[in-house]
Design a protein around this ligand. Structure first.
Ligand code: RB5
Length: 155
């Protein structure tokens, strides 16, 4: 994926993995941290919403969102037009989400993934490009955009 900057967000469950991901990416891409700022209990929608809104408005190019399972973050992120969030659990699913779905938000479960494995998934997500050469994938993403227009998604 060709990005200069990415946004990152977590709730309390994802806080420590978020900090590890920031260390991993330091010096490679610009990172905008959308919180949270410590491991005290918070509500994941608050932190994912600001990240997803910026991606939807194209103020941020792509994002990583970490919670206990990744599910809450992906549910919130996918409410926003232009956001394609997913929760890969291994190398294959991570790669396919980029190749076929152009997934621009990587959601990770800090309680469900080994953290070293999660860091490997971050590298794989960032280094895998959408397969633009295949017309059928472009057509399917266009259909998602049409669905977004028909429904009342934000932005
Ligand atoms: C927090 O306990 C947990 O529910 C949250 O991090 C997340 O897993 C929700 O999807």
């Amino acid at each position: 994926m060709e990005v200069d900057s990415i946004g990152i967000a977590s709730d309390h469950a994802g806080f420590f993995l978020k900090e590890k991901i920031k260390k991993l990416l330091a010096g490679k891409v610009e990172i905008k941290d959308y919180g949270c700022t410590n491991s005290e209990s918070v509500d994941y929608p608050n932190f994912c919403q600001t990240l997803a809104l910026d991606i939807s408005k194209r103020k941020t190019q792509a994002g990583i969102a970490v919670c206990g399972t990744g599910f809450g973050m992906s549910i919130v992120a996918n409410k926003f037009s232009g956001v394609r969030a997913y929760c890969p659990w291994d190398e294959y699913t991570c790669k396919m989400g980029r190749l076929h779905n152009d997934a621009n938000v990587l959601c990770l479960g800090a309680r469900t993934l080994n953290h070293d494995r999660a860091l490997d998934l971050v590298n794989l997500w960032l280094s895998t490009s959408f397969d633009q050469s295949n017309e059928k994938h472009l057509r399917r993403l266009d259909k998602i955009t049409q669905i977004e227009k028909q429904t009342l998604k934000s932005h």
